[in-house]
Design a protein around this ligand. Structure first.
Ligand SMILES: *[C@@H]1O[C@H](CO)[C@@H](O)[C@H](O)[C@H]1NC(C)=O
Ligand SMILES: *[C@@H]1O[C@H](CO)[C@@H](O)[C@H](O)[C@H]1NC(C)=O
Ligand SMILES: *[C@@H]1O[C@H](CO)[C@@H](O)[C@H](O)[C@H]1NC(C)=O
Ligand SMILES: *[C@@H]1O[C@H](CO)[C@@H](O)[C@H](O)[C@H]1NC(C)=O
Ligand SMILES: *[C@@H]1O[C@H](CO)[C@@H](O)[C@H](O)[C@H]1NC(C)=O
Ligand SMILES: *[C@@H]1O[C@H](CO)[C@@H](O)[C@H](O)[C@H]1NC(C)=O
Length: 568
């Protein structure tokens, strides 16, 4: 019993030991190391602890094992994405990318021993092809014993959504250094997917043909339609109304009438029967602009269902990871993806965010371009208080937009229905391709917003697209939609058609396009530079636009024809 002391204190103070824990070898029970980087000092804002998690409730845990040669993958990604490198565009195959992230043998062995010590059936554990992620479904009682912690049911007060989470967890010392992250444990995010706000603009507004003209792509005809694909990522049981889509085609893109999209459900994603504006808007613009490029909707499950009269929580899987793992396992995924959902970065545990972004890097190395919306709340919505126990006011960058290629709209004036998101990550350092652009901006910024953001962080957005007053049809009614939810599929359509052009010329697709875009954008003229407007939030005026890159509209909005010529 004595060897179990620290374990009992850490985990089972109120629950009492189970038989399984009593028989644990001291190696796995005696010396637990708290994972400080994924611990929370208190319950995140907006969530409430309801009750202790039922011991038999089954949790599906994603374990990120340390990737063997990730540094080498990043090095290859840098070369492949650098227009001046001789390997530019030589993307890796699935097998080559998998090989670089495969964990060391010692990590796999010790992880298996740990599972064995907890009588977790190895055949019940599913692994990615590279074996760098393992997924296990275990009762709360076993998860608590493995992780030296206590799970509770939490409820999001605004939405009523429930989740089984803990504020901290630990790993037995022998596993330290072999495991990067285990989630969902302390991840309370996915609470702030950007809502589409609806403006009253009924008579005039942007349509797919308007945008094709605006971005100088009206005369381009897609040619690589058997190979080139566009992926639209859909979460939260959303769906895309096919009747509305056909009506949009009928009205604005008659040649596309009859064109349909495929649906792939990921992680038991539910394909809803009453579509919200978000999903329908995404395909209307992605397809309305990229026609005749084939479009695939990835309907990703993983949000806990709302069960108002029950404390029995539903599925607690985390959706970004579900999606990226699914795509990594495809031999020929779409070359371009658009995602209009985002979380406040601080609600995503840092180690987990890093691992998800590592997976994005793998896709980049394989030639896939990912676009994420940068949010509609300027430098931050709400009170902007930090989550770390100190409650300071700080700008709130969004994840995953805080890391990768994402596209908000032109910085609209005071008349806009939303405020374009932009700023600097607190998790991810500034990548070298941004050095010149971002340091010029920071110099011009001077003391403005000093102390409210991390000046050495990755700045976002990268580029912009229009996002105010886009005409859509939802549930049979015409609306003018606003937000980066609208501009992200627009920008994705531009990238998808650039990929179409490249593929039709026998060239590689853009893949991780940022190094190319920054090299290009800084030459000026190839993107429309946006110099008017700012992105207020957190009770401040936010960041300002200025010539060249800024933390409001990035490098500007795309000029398809000039970019295509550059790729010729
Ligand atoms: C990967 O895809 C293969 C076949 O396409 C499938 O059999 C396997 O279950 C998938 N693996 C994962 C981890 O999804
Ligand atoms: C498209 O083609 C038409 C007719 O050839 C031409 O008048 C127009 O300027 C072209 N537009 C663009 C954006 O290249
Ligand atoms: C998907 O749903 C089926 C039927 O409800 C269930 O048997 C299966 O375990 C689910 N899979 C996942 C990954 O949740
Ligand atoms: C910060 O806010 C949390 C939650 O509202 C509260 O529990 C905590 O006491 C506050 N801490 C400080 C230092 O004000
Ligand atoms: C799609 O929109 C039509 C009206 O255009 C409506 O009748 C139908 O119920 C909607 N279907 C879904 C699945 O939302
Ligand atoms: C944008 O800013 C420029 C320079 O300050 C100004 O001349 C122009 O009128 C502004 N345009 C709009 C649409 O506000």
């Amino acid at each position: 019993m004595l060897v179990l002391t620290s374990f009992l204190l850490a985990c089972l103070a109120s629950a009492g030991p189970t038989l399984a824990t009593l028989s644990l070898h001291p190696r796995w029970a005696g010396d637990l190391v708290r994972r400080d980087t994924e611990a929370l000092s208190y319950i995140p804002r907006g969530w409430e602890r309801i009750t202790k998690a039922p011991q038999d409730h089954v949790l599906t845990l994603r374990v990120g094992l340390k990737q063997g040669r990730f540094d080498e993958l990043v090095h290859r990604l840098d070369q492949i994405s650098d227009p001046s490198h001789s390997d530019y565009g030589r993307h890796l195959s699935k097998e080559e990318a998998d090989e670089l992230v495969k964990p060391h043998h010692s990590s796999l062995t010790i992880f298996n021993e740990w599972l064995d010590a907890h009588s977790v059936d190895p055949t019940s554990v599913s692994r990615t092809a590279a074996a760098d992620w393992a997924t296990l479904s275990v009762p709360v009682s076993v998860a608590e014993s493995m992780l030296g912690c206590e799970f509770h049911v939490y409820e999001h007060t605004g939405s009523g959504k429930q989740a089984v989470r803990t504020l901290e967890y630990s790993l037995p010392r022998p596993l330290v250094g072999h495991i990067d992250t285990i989630q969902p444990t302390t991840y309370f995010g996915f609470g702030s997917s950007s809502d589409v706000s609806i403006t009253a603009c009924a008579t005039t507004g942007w349509t797919p043909p308007c945008l094709l003209a605006l971005y100088n792509m009206a005369n381009y005809t897609a040619q690589a339609t058997s190979e080139n694909k566009l992926g639209v990522v859909s979460y939260a049981g959303d769906c895309q109304n096919k009747t509305d889509l056909q009506n949009v085609f009928q009205k604005y893109r008659p040649e596309a009438v009859g064109e349909d999209f495929d649906v792939l459900t990921v992680n038991n994603g539910t394909y809803g029967t009453e579509c919200e504006g978000e999903g329908t808007l995404d395909v209307e613009y992605a397809m309305g602009m990229s026609y005749p490029t084939s479009t695939i909707v990835y309907a990703v499950g993983g949000e806990p269902p709302f069960t108002p009269d029950s404390i029995t929580p539903g599925n607690t899987n985390e959706p970004y990871l579900e999606w990226v793992q699914y795509v990594l396992n495809q031999t020929n995924p779409p070359q371009t993806f658009t995602t209009s959902y985002a979380d406040d970065e601080q609600t995503v545990p840092r180690d987990y965010a890093v691992r998800v972004c590592n997976s994005f890097a793998q896709l980049g190395a394989r030639g896939v371009s990912l676009l994420f919306g940068s949010g509609d709340a300027g430098v931050g919505g709400g009170d902007c208080l930090t989550n770390d126990g100190t409650n300071q006011t700080k700008f709130q960058p969004l994840f995953p937009a805080s890391w990768y290629l994402q596209y908000p709209e032109v910085a609209a004036g005071d008349n806009a229905a939303f405020t374009t998101g932009g700023g600097f990550s607190n998790y991810f350092a500034r990548p070298s391709y941004q050095d010149s652009a971002v340091s010029t901006y920071l110099e011009a910024l001077g003391d403005r917003n000093s102390g409210l953001f991390n000046p050495s962080g990755r700045g976002y957005p990268d580029i912009a697209a229009i996002g105010d007053g886009l005409l859509t049809i939802e549930d049979g009614q015409e609306f003018a939609e606003s937000g980066t939810s609208a501009s992200t599929p627009v920008a994705a359509a531009v990238i998808a058609l650039l990929n179409d052009y490249l593929i039709s010329q026998g060239k590689s697709p853009l893949g991780f396009a940022n190094p190319w875009l920054y090299a290009t954008g800084l030459q000026g003229e190839l993107l429309h530079d946006i110099v008017n407007g700012s992105n207020p939030g957190c009770g401040t005026d936010g960041f300002m636009t200025r010539p060249a890159w800024d933390a409001v509209t990035g490098l500007g909005t795309p000029d398809f024809d000039k970019l295509r010529n550059l790729l010729a």
